[in-house]
Design a protein around this ligand. Structure first.
Ligand SMILES: Cc1ncc(COP(=O)(O)O)c(C=O)c1O
Length: 366
């Protein structure tokens, strides 16, 4: 394959702000989870309007911790969408509970309420909706349904940092919301994740669970460990990078929105192509399209021109790890092989996006 000229995604690290915070961490001689981690937690909690934020090693861990802190474990079931990155289900599995896969909505690729209604049992203990590529799941209906069944909602907002529904940030609707700082996200710390919640008890439980059962930093010696816990702490080296990155969040999301708007305008009306919706208050993490026919050929043709796209996840029920018959997942089955993420990096220019659109049009004219 030729060199990538237009990347699907490109993190941007090494800014002067990151270097300055990193020097601070090194000068502090404290690279464990410390003051910079607290600062990152506080800044993100303030930005998204949450009472508490707890940094951790990844969004996978964040979802695991949130479920575990709510007491979910063996013999329990947790409802998750069939079309998501596999981490959503793996985080459930890590608690000992069983991820119950349900189909998605064709218009948004987010969890289907009707499918959820079919899947709920006496064993269901939580719902984990995913805001796919920054597009908010149907939260009003989901929260209503969850309340009726007395189930907590843990939002998988890995792809939805700074995306809103109405005037509220995604991740702040449920009992807890989980974000990812992996390199293909708006803010990266290499790896990393963060849980937001307004619930003071859950907040303390999360702090305990991620730090060996201690509610606050210990000595490693004569600490009291009132509960079982693990080591899923963050580090100030990661926080330094995250704080530096955070300087640029507004520019980055503005560019991601611009990419989306340009794609939507230029691909409008192209037969066989649907650009998935993004509301004005949502941040399209990556612009996704549905290609009715020849998606894989299109992807290959674009790659030959140095245009890097990403094919959608396989439905989880088609992965060996969670294999189930196809019958209950007609939407995921139909859409997964047709969906594609277009180049969506916040480093793209208008000309890059235009070049991608021209290449797509040429492919279908040929
Ligand atoms: C929807 C979704 N959930 C969970 C995750 C897991 O995040 P992490 O890689 O930070 O564990 C991702 C990662 O990309 C994701 O896209």
């Amino acid at each position: 394959m030729p060199e990538i000229k237009i990347p699907w995604w490109l993190p941007q690290v090494g800014t002067p702000e990151e270097r300055s915070y990193l020097n601070q961490a090194l000068d502090n001689n404290f690279v464990n989870e410390g003051p910079l981690s607290t600062k990152l937690e506080t800044e993100i909690a303030t930005l998204v309007g949450a009472r508490y934020a707890v940094a951790t090693t990844s969004c996978t861990t964040a979802i695991f911790l949130a479920l575990k802190a709510l007491g979910i474990g063996a013999d329990d079931e947790v409802i998750v969408p069939d079309l998501t990155f596999i981490a959503t289900a793996n985080a459930v599995h890590l608690t000992g509970a069983r991820p119950v896969l349900v189909d998605v909505e064709p218009a948004t690729l987010n969890i289907s309420l009707a499918a959820m209604q079919q899947a709920v049992t006496d064993r269901t203990k939580a719902i984990v909706p995913v805001h796919v590529t920054g597009r908010g799941a149907a939260l009003t209906k989901i929260l209503d349904f969850a309340a009726k069944h007395n189930l907590p909602v843990i939002e998988d907002a890995a792809e939805a940092l700074f995306s809103k529904q109405g005037d509220k940030y995604l991740g702040t609707f449920g009992r807890a919301g989980c974000f990812s700082f992996a390199p293909n996200k708006t803010i990266t710390t290499g790896q990393g994740g963060l849980i937001v919640t307004d619930d003071p008890e859950l907040h303390i439980a999360l702090r305990r669970l991620k730090d060996h059962g201690r509610p606050r930093r210990g000595t490693g010696g004569d600490d009291r460990h009132d509960t079982i816990g693990y080591n899923f702490k963050f580090t100030d080296l990661q926080a330094a990078v995250g704080l530096g990155q955070l300087t640029y969040w507004k520019q980055r999301i503005a560019r991601m929105k611009k990419n989306y708007e340009l794609y939507r305008a230029e691909l409008a009306g192209l037969p066989g192509i649907t650009v998935f919706p993004s509301q004005p208050e949502e941040i399209p993490q990556w612009t996704d399209i549905m290609v009715e026919n020849r998606r894989d050929e299109l992807e290959t043709a674009l790659a030959r021109q140095g245009i890097d796209c990403r094919k959608y996840w396989f439905p989880l029920h088609q992965q060996l790890a969670y294999r189930l018959p196809d019958d209950n997942f007609p939407i995921a089955n139909r859409l997964s092989p047709r969906c594609l993420w277009l180049p969506s990096a916040f480093t793209l220019t208008d000309a890059d996006v235009h070049q991608v659109c021209v290449a797509i049009k040429k492919f279908f004219q040929a």
